[in-house]
Design a protein around this ligand. Structure first.
Ligand code: THU
Length: 130
């Protein structure tokens, strides 16, 4: 799927954001290696630490449906350039190490990043004895 189309899916997902505490709505859309698309929004709860970001929501939906490799990720909010938080970057590291990450900018613009751009020298599964 084209980046612009995935960003559109992320925008649709953002509309379902449950973010009454921050009023900061985020949407994400991902494409897996077989072309499946999953979306997610941020979900906040009154005990704030339990909040789930849009990106992790989308990734975990895909993983829980049996997908292990994600190739594209789009992130949008109501402001330009909302970057994945640190925890989401580590989750992306696990399932989307080589993904293209599209961060929506103004209007139709977007910036494309690699995980290496966002989380250099990252820790990952290959460091563990398995
Ligand atoms: N949030 C996301 O969903 N993704 C990001 O990339 C940044 C932050 C959410 C978490 C919380 O619901 C709200 O945005 C404010 O931090």
């Amino acid at each position: 799927m084209k980046a612009s189309h995935l960003i559109m899916k992320a925008r649709e997902a953002k509309e379902l954001s449950y973010s009454p505490y921050s009023n900061f709505a985020v949407g994400a859309a991902i494409e897996t290696e077989d072309g499946s698309v999953y979306t997610g929004c941020n979900v906040e709860i009154a005990s704030f630490a339990g909040t789930l970001c849009a990106e992790r929501n989308a990734v975990f939906k895909a993983v829980s449906e049996g997908h292990r490799k994600i190739e594209k990720i789009a992130v949008v909010s109501n402001v330009p350039h909302t970057y994945p938080c640190g925890i989401c970057r580590q989750v992306i590291r696990e399932f989307a190490k080589d993904a293209e990450i599209y961060v929506a900018g103004e209007g139709d613009e977007y910036s494309t990043y690699t995980l290496e751009d966002l989380l250099p020298h990252s820790f990952g599964p290959e460091f563990l004895n398995k």
